[in-house]
Structure formats: C-alpha cells, structure tokens
Design a protein around this ligand. Structure first.
Ligand code: COA
Ligand code: MG
Length: 278
C-alpha cells in the first residue's frame, strides 16, 4: 500500500446509491463499499450491480468488503472484483493468515485488509498473519460480531467500559498487525451522534499505535482524520530525532530537546514521519 495509509476508512452500504454519492464526495481517506453485513441477502445482487457501474475519478481510495470466504455470496463477489475499480479487498470474519492466503489465491496481488476478531476462533490466530509475500495491508478488529459469536448480552463491563474480552481482542489486533508488518486499524465507534466520545477513543487508539480507524458515518470522518494526523509539534520533534541520529553516524544514544533518545525513539520517530501530512 502506498503511504501514508488511510486514517479514516468509511463503510458505505453498497446498495445505497445515496450514501455512495455522499461518501465519494466526502473527505474519507478510504471508502469501504460494503457487500456484507449492512446489505440484506436479498439486496446483494443489486449492490454488486451498482458497484460494477462505478468508475473512480479521484477522491477517497476505493475498497470493497466482500462476504466471508465459504459464504454463498463469495463467488459473485469475486466476479465483481475482477470487473470493478477497487484498490483493495476487506475480508470479514478472518480467522487466520490461511484465510488471507486462500483469498489471495483467488484474487491475485490485490491488497487485503482483514477484520481479524469477529469469531471466537479468530482470537487464537492473531500471530498467524505474519507471512512472507502476503498481500495483507491492514488488520482491524470488531466487537459487534465477536460479542454475537460469543453469546454475550453486552460488550460492556459493570463500569460501562469495553469488557476485558474486547480490550484483549483490540490489543491482539494491534500487536498482530505490527508483527505482520501491516497497518493496525481501530474498530468502529457505533454511537454515531457522540463525536466527543469518538474523539477520545480515536486519540487513544492513535496514541497506542493504531494508524487509522473504521468509520460508519460521514460525520465521523473529520474527527478520525484529525486524531490520526501527527501534530506539527510531533512532526518537528520526530524530525529532530531523525536528524540527530543522521548527524552522528554510529551513535546509540543521544540527547534531543533535553531528553535521552535511543533506538526505540528513532524507530517511533521514523514511523510518525511516514504518517505526516503537509
Ligand atoms: N456513508 C455515506 N453517507 C452516509 C453514511 C455512510 N456510511 N451514513 C449516513 N450517510 C448519509 C445519509 O444518507 C444522510 O444523507 P442526507 O443528508 O443526504 O440525507 C446523511 O449522511 C446523514 O445521515 P443520518 O441521517 O445522520 O444517518 P442515517 O440515519 O441515515 O444512517 C446509519 C445511519 C448507521 C444507518 C448509516 O450511517 C450507515 O448506513 N452507516 C454504515 C453502516 C455500515 O456500513 N455498517 C457495516 C460496517 S459496521
Ligand atoms: Mg459485521
């Protein structure tokens, strides 16, 4: 995937021409045309027909979420991909790197963004995405399908926070994606009216190492873009660290801005600069 990678990934139900029009005109870094859960079984055919006619003319990058491997819809979804204008495929309900290999076998080199925590078994597969020569580009996590799969009545604990199981899924997604060398993407914030809550969650995700977040409503896009854009101060500090190491070949530890910096700080600074925007 070319850099910088998308900060906001906006889901759009692919059977809604109205929402598609709005998303294409909007500021999301990437749109995910959804053929899976937001499209009823009886509407999948119409959704594919709509996508088949679309041609991209700039704006957000175009991804498509297909139905799960093994579902009755996958054959027609894959036929569509061969005939449409997508940069990559979002694979739901992935359980391990084998699913990515299987999909890549069917689709070739097109980049894949796998949603990796939607089934009970998936929680045991998070290291398996670390594969050589894989088209995997990003990994995100989801609490909605996981809670349904686990038979939960709520994904929250007694304090109103995400319960341990979902926090664990989120952390495993982060570490799994980083170990696979792909972008870690935070899951959706379902309360579309609560933009303050979204901002808190998105900033926390960015601070932890996620490089973007899934969105479900256009109003979420600017909040997410901002949270995942390094500030001018952060960019300047990172640049100072990189410059300091460049100026002293062979140095292991240096002082920058009155603080000790060593290899982990240099790596962090380099990663941040990759995400900087002008
Ligand atoms: N992409 C593009 N446009 C969207 C949109 C989306 N994801 N969600 C809403 N809009 C549009 C609406 O059509 C509406 O357009 P209008 O002003 O021209 O009428 C406008 O944004 C405001 O929408 P609003 O009335 O606030 O929301 P809603 O009640 O119409 O829709 C949802 C709420 C949740 C159904 C809708 O946001 C949605 O479909 N989200 C995506 C769901 C999805 O893909 N889920 C799968 C992944 S978890
Ligand atoms: Mg789902």
């Amino acid at each position: 995937m070319s850099h910088p990678s998308p900060r906001s990934w906006l889901f759009v139900p692919a059977d809604s021409e109205k929402k598609i029009g709005k998303a294409i005109e909007g500021d999301a870094d990437a749109i995910i045309f959804d053929l899976e859960d937001s499209v009823a079984p009886g509407a999948k055919k119409d959704a594919r027909a709509i996508l088949k006619e679309l041609r991209r003319e700039g704006g957000p990058r175009w991804w498509v979420r297909i139905n799960p491997i093994g579902s009755e819809f996958i054959r027609d979804d894959l036929k569509l991909i061969a005939n449409a204008d997508f940069e990559g495929i979002v694979l739901p309900k992935a359980e391990s790197g084998e699913d990515v290999v299987h999909l890549a076998h069917l689709t070739g080199d097109i980049p894949i963004h796998a949603i990796v925590t939607e089934t009970a078994a998936s929680l045991f597969g998070l290291l398996s995405y670390r594969l050589d020569n894989s088209p995997l580009a990003a990994m995100s996590w989801g609490a909605e399908d996981l809670s349904a799969a686990l038979g939960a009545s709520s994904k929250y604990d007694a304090n109103g926070e995400l319960a341990f199981t979902y926090k664990m899924a989120r952390s495993l997604c982060l570490a799994g994606a980083v170990s696979a060398g792909v972008e870690p993407i935070d899951g959706v914030y379902t309360d579309v009216r609560d933009l303050e809550g979204l901002e808190v969650e998105a900033r926390a995700a960015a601070a932890e190492g996620f490089t973007g977040k899934l969105a479900i409503h256009p109003a979420q896009v600017p909040v997410i873009n901002k949270a995942f854009t390094p500030s001018d101060e952060e960019v300047a500090h990172a640049r100072a660290i990189v410059d300091a190491f460049a100026a002293e070949a062979g140095a292991g530890v240096l002082m920058v801005g009155g603080r000790m910096v060593d290899l982990p700080h240099l790596k962090q600074a380099e990663r941040l600069l990759k995400r900087a925007r002008d």
